[in-house]
Ligand binder design. Structure first.
Ligand code: NDP
Length: 237
């Protein structure tokens, strides 16, 4: 392991947007740690098996990264789930599943990561938000609530730890072609494409390079920002 490389942890880095980010960070020479629930190998990455909804698991994952790499420079809190359900049909269990995965686990990851980054007096934390956290959409109430909450989390944390040279930002993709969106009806996808200025749904690699940029020295004066990567779908929000 090259001790000079910068170290990134990408949660849910095994597939979808997370996998594209894993590859993009590898290309920039980072040591890339990822989490997945299966723990299956991913080329070029050090995989930590973790269900981030398990008690204390988020903090343990950061401990594991630091034990192996000696530090953490970038956290990309990417893992998330979506459930397309009208609010009146949501069970209590489903509400908690979305909020715990998309918000609570990320708060715990950020809390533990911030401690190390504050000592190092540098670092970058990137939360995976969504255009839906700003625009909302029918069927996305709880998902959108979890993503909107990441903005408040990010901006408050940015103010808490900015003086230590740590940036905290939110990426807000539009619709991206992954397993999360595979099952959406074609008619819905056609509507999204019609509403997207660039006239298509994103690929995971459309998002990945922006995460690399936010973690780079060139982005050192960007914090508390919500960066839309949505092809113009959410303009004005
Ligand atoms: P995928 O469904 O393809 O991947 C989701 C990832 O999250 C998987 O790696 C999955 O791991 C991980 N994950 C889910 N639950 C847990 C958990 N409890 N503990 C640990 N890991 C978990 O999703 P995408 O790549 O599409 O989405 C990635 C992020 O981007 C999400 O936060 C999503 O909300 C956001 N996003 C996606 C958009 C889209 O259109 N696709 C648009 C805007 C934002 P495992 O393989 O183990 O299940």
């Amino acid at each position: 392991m090259n001790q000079e490389s910068r170290v990134v942890l990408i949660t849910g880095g095994n597939r979808g947007i997370g996998l594209a980010m894993s590859r993009a960070f590898q290309q920039e020479g980072y040591q890339v740690f990822i989490t997945s629930r299966s723990g299956e190998p991913v080329p070029g990455c050090i995989v930590i098996q973790a269900d981030l909804n398990e008690a204390d698991r988020a903090a343990q994952v950061i401990d594991q990264v630091e034990n192996m790499a000696g530090r953490i420079d970038v956290l990309v809190a990417n893992a998330g789930i979506s459930k397309e359900i009208l609010l009146v049909r949501y069970s209590d269990e489903e509400i908690l599943d979305v909020i715990n995965t998309n918000l609570v686990a990320n708060i715990k990851l950020a809390r533990r990561t911030a401690k190390s980054m504050m000592k190092a007096r540098s670092g970058s934390i990137i939360f995976m938000g969504s255009v839906l956290g700003m625009t909302g959409a029918p069927g996305s109430t709880v998902y959108a609530a979890s993503k909107a909450a990441l903005i408040g989390l990010s901006r408050s944390l940015a103010r808490e730890i900015g003086s230590r040279g740590i940036t905290v930002n939110v990426l807000a993709p539009g619709y991206v072609q992954t397993e999360m969106t595979d099952s959406l009806p074609e008619v819905f996808k056609d509507k999204v494409i019609a509403d997207t200025a660039l006239g298509r749904i994103a690929t995971p690699s459309d998002i990945a390079g922006v995460a690399v940029f936010l973690a780079s020295a060139e982005a050192r004066f960007i914090t508390g920002a919500v960066i839309p990567v949505d092809g113009g779908l959410g303009m004005g929000h």
